[in-house]
Design a protein around this ligand. Structure first.
Ligand code: ATP
Length: 880
């Protein structure tokens, strides 16, 4: 029993002890929880205590950030504004005075805005403060401090002057209080007419005058084609009117009329380049008016909002006067000439010539293009002016304007200059510049005394006139415009033939002048309807008077262009050319009647660079079918190898032809003599000039050789003058290998041996045939060498044996033929060199011989069988 109790006690004790331990543990846990909770509470209390300070710091940080970003944005905007301003007010419009100098705007560039001061943005920098004036509006100053306003007026005027070309700004000052004192620095402009002052009572006439300018510019300059001078300048690059700036500095309250005029100018002036700078007069609010409120050196500008503007100081007085003096000096030197580019359209070859050719030749005093037309009326033009007045330049300008408008399908030029010069050479390919003006089909240079060139052109145009008239007849029409309509696939460009110093063509009372005048008259009369137009230029009256003898001819030239001091080109009562300034012309499309005068400023078009820009552009665009023009160069020696007719020769021709030299014609054909089997088909070259004679004979021999395969023909060459030896030696290379070569003895032996039988052509080429005269006079058997020569001359051609000989005088040939009175018909063709026409009497059908005055490297060719009158030829050069 006690054990049980003990055991129970023990058990209870054990339980109690465990319970105590457990209770102690829980208590400690509870304490720990309490401590933790206490700690959390402390931390929460602590955190709660710190929060406001942090929030404030965060707010401050964000504010600072915002501020920084704002400043950066402002700085960025200010920078951008400054950049934009530098573009809108470049150079003289915006530079600070220390760096200021005039920088006139380029041709089509608008003058844009002008600086008056700067907007200072704290911590962000500065940007220029700009106001619009030229082409844009007007500026009104509201101030009560004299100095600030003066600075703005002077600054604006100087900047405007610096942005415009000299003379392009005319200032009028109305300064009744200080009588011009406000604009004193600009006084040097006055002598050049760029600054005028009106007196105290002058406001009304001043405003009336400005209103009148606006009206006139709208009516005659803009003429409904442009909304403003600015638009005209942007589209055409031209600005025919200056800007007119009226500076109105106070005075009495304007009258009702004056106020109305002021309002008109404010509304309409800017489009016509009429501008006001007004100070001390209240003007009506208008969108074109910038109001500058000045307070000391601070200002507000209506266009800048409330931003304060720090006005620039006035421009240094020295800068103002020097600039104005320079501008005045430049203007006093006279107007700058019109510019060739003004005549050239943006897009080329857009016009059609069916009805006529219209292009500007220059600008009117108002700056508008003055167009001239070549069509049915007026069909042809006469240009006159003393030497150096600019006829050639005018022709260049006109041609450039035409060539840029009409493609080579629409227009073709034929150009001839009788002057001792090469004024048209630029239109043909040259050594330095391979380009040519695509419209040009013929260029004649260095023509000098070779009137045949002119005649050749007349003949060619006469042929073209017939061709066109025939085509018109075929299509049952009468005019080019109708023909083009009926035959749209045909190539019928209008032709413009320009002949400078044309009177040379008509000098002399010979057959050539006669034929040229007749052809010219026919062309002038009938060319109009077939699209062939003539432009004739002459230095002096004699040229025109050469035409005066033919009133019908002159009457066709209804378009007259007179350069300064040109006489008699216009109507006798029309003296407009007498008072023309340099580089101007009177254009009159009504035969010179005074009412039809138009005064034109002619641009400089002579400068090669100016011209070649255009020519290269057109040349690059030329149609593929178009070759270079034919070049007549009076100084050039043509080459046989380059002659088109020589190139066409081939072996096997039934009747071989002899080429002798270049014909003076538009196609560069060769003068030719066919060697048929008719009697007399022998050739004599006559004269003492060795080189020319050798050149003619060598060309003849070479052209024959080209028409025979080796062995087909026999060639025998006798060279009896040592001076011809070099030619003979070089000819050897081009003649068949079996060619016989003979000296005097050889020739004397050869002649009796030749028995023509007609089986094979035989050409006997004798250089200096007369040198063998004494040897040929000697009898060999019953006959002399001369007898054999005559036998060959008389009977050879029928049997295909031809003599081509050079005799050093007409009488020597005659002696070889049998002496005076002997027959000459064995010589069917001759080429005369330094031989007087009268000496050729016996060899020419008309008494007295042909009209021929020897000229270097020219020959007169006559073929009895084919010619009515002889033709002048240019021998081919000696070299192959
Ligand atoms: N409108 C112009 N603007 C500027 N310079 C010009 C103008 N017209 C002509 N000239 C210049 O004047 C000079 C003479 O001009 P041009 O050769 O055209 O005269 P011209 O009447 O044909 O003389 P000439 O009959 O002696 O040949 C040239 O140097 C030319 O560049």
């Amino acid at each position: 029993m006690p054990d049980v109790r003990t055991s129970v006690v023990e058990t209870i004790r054990t339980y109690l002890s465990r319970a105590r331990v457990a209770a102690r543990l829980r208590q400690e846990e509870a304490k720990a929880d309490l401590a933790a909770a206490q700690g959390r509470l402390d931390r929460v209390r602590q955190a709660a205590a710190q929060r406001p300070a942090r929030a404030a710091a965060e707010r401050d940080r964000r504010l600072a950030d915002l501020d920084e970003r704002h400043t950066a944005t402002l700085a960025d905007l200010t920078r951008k504004a400054a950049l934009a301003a530098s573009m809108r007010a470049p150079g003289a419009a915006g530079a600070v005075w220390e760096q200021w100098h005039p920088t006139p705007a380029a041709r089509a560039e608008p003058p844009d805005l002008l600086r008056v001061g700067e907007v200072r943005v704290p911590r962000a920098g500065t940007a220029p403060a700009l106001v619009p004036l030229l082409d844009r509006g007007h500026v009104a100053l509201v101030d009560n401090v004299q100095v600030g306003g003066d600075a703005v007026v002077a600054g604006l005027l100087l900047r405007a002057l610096g942005r415009a070309a000299p003379g392009q700004i005319e200032i009028t000052g109305y300064d009744p209080e200080r009588l011009g004192g406000g604009l004193a620095g600009f006084a040097p402009l006055a002598p050049a007419g760029l600054l005028t002052f009106v007196g105290p009572g002058g406001l009304t006439p001043l405003l009336d005058g400005l209103v009148d300018h606006v009206r006139r510019i709208n009516e005659t300059v803009l003429a409904g084609d442009y909304a403003s001078l600015a638009e005209m300048a942007a589209e055409t690059g031209r600005r025919p009117e200056p800007w007119r700036v009226a500076v109105l500095l106070g005075g009495d309250e304007p009258s009702r009329h004056e106020r109305a005029q002021l309002d008109r100018i404010l509304r309409t002036g800017a489009a016509c380049g009429v501008h006001l700078i007004v100070r001390g007069i209240t003007v009506a609010a208008h969108r074109t008016v910038q109001v500058v409120h000045i307070d000391g050196d601070r200002a507000e500008i209506s266009g800048c909002g409330p931003l304060p503007v720090h006005l620039d100081p006035p421009p240094p007085a020295e800068l103002v006067t020097t600039t104005c003096r320079r501008i005045a000096d430049r203007v006093s030197m006279g107007p700058t000439p019109a510019v060739f580019r003004d005549l050239i359209p943006e897009l080329t070859w857009t016009e059609h010539s069916a009805a006529g050719l219209t292009a500007p030749v220059g600008l009117s005093p108002e700056g508008r293009e003055v167009e001239v037309t070549l069509a049915d009326y007026p069909p042809h033009a006469l240009i006159a002016g003393p030497s150096g007045t600019g006829k050639t330049n005018l022709i260049y300008a006109w041609m450039g304007a035409l060539a840029a408008r009409y493609s080579p399908d629409e227009l073709a030029f034929y150009l001839l200059d009788f002057k001792e010069g090469v004024s048209f050479a630029r239109f043909a390919p040259g050594k330095r510049d391979p380009s040519w003006l695509p419209h040009v089909r013929l260029v004649g240079v260095n023509v000098n005394t070779d009137r045949e060139f002119g005649l050749a052109l007349m003949r060619f145009l006469g042929g073209e006139l017939r061709r066109r008239a025939d085509a018109a007849k075929e299509h049952e029409v009468t005019k080019l415009s109708e023909l083009r309509h009926e035959d749209p696939e045909g190539h019928w460009p209008r032709i413009v033939a320009v002949i400078d110093e044309f009177q040379i063509l008509l000098t002399g009372r010979d057959a050539l002048a006669q034929e040229a005048a007749t052809l010219l008259e026919d062309l002038a009369r009938r060319g109009r309807s077939q699209g062939i137009h003539l432009i004739l230029a002459s230095q002096d009256v004699s040229g025109i008077e050469a035409l005066w003898g033919r009133p019908a001819l002159v009457a066709q030239f209804t378009l007259r262009i007179a350069l300064p001091k040109a006489r008699r080109i216009l109507h006798e009562a029309n003296l407009a050319a007498e008072t023309l300034p340099r580089h101007h012309a009177v254009v009159n499309a009504d035969s010179g009647a005074p009412d039809a005068n138009r005064v034109v400023r002619i641009p400089a078009a002579s400068d090669r660079r100016v011209w070649s820009d255009l020519q290269h552009r057109l040349w690059q665009d030329r149609p593929t079918w178009l070759g270079p023009p034919r070049l007549f160069d009076g100084d050039a020696v043509p080459r046989l190898a380059e002659a088109p007719d020589f190139g066409k020769l081939t072996p096997g021709a039934a009747d071989p032809v002899v080429l002798l030299g270049e014909s003076i014609d538009v196609q560069a054909r060769s003068a030719r003599m066919p060697l048929t089997r008719s009697p007399g088909r022998n050739l004599a070259v006559l004269g003492t000039r060795v080189d020319e004679a050798c050149a003619v004979l060598a060309a003849a021999a070479r052209s024959l050789a080209r028409q025979h395969a080796d062995g087909d023909a026999r060639f025998s060459v006798a060279c009896l003058d040592p001076d011809a030896a070099a030619t003979a030696a070089s000819l050897r290379l081009d003649l068949p290998a079996d060619t016989g070569w003979y000296d005097t003895e050889g020739l004397a032996a050869l002649l009796p041996s030749i028995e023509p039988d007609g089986s094979r052509p035989h050409y006997l080429i004798i250089f200096a045939a007369d040198a063998a005269a004494s040897r040929l006079a000697v009898k060999t058997g019953a006959r002399t060498g001369h007898d054999h020569l005559r036998r060959l001359l008389n009977t050879g051609p029928e049997r295909r044996t031809h003599v081509l000989g050079w005799w050093r005088g007409v009488n020597r040939l005659r002696d070889d033929l049998g002496g005076p009175g002997s027959r000459t018909d064995a010589i069917g063709a001759w080429v005369a060199l330094d031989v007087q026409g009268s000496d050729l009497t016996g060899f020419f059908p008309q008494q007295g011989g042909p009209a021929w005055y020897p000229r270097p490297w020219r020959a007169l060719f006559f073929d009895r069988a084919r010619h009515r009158i002889p033709e002048v030829v240019i021998p081919y050069g000696l070299s192959r």
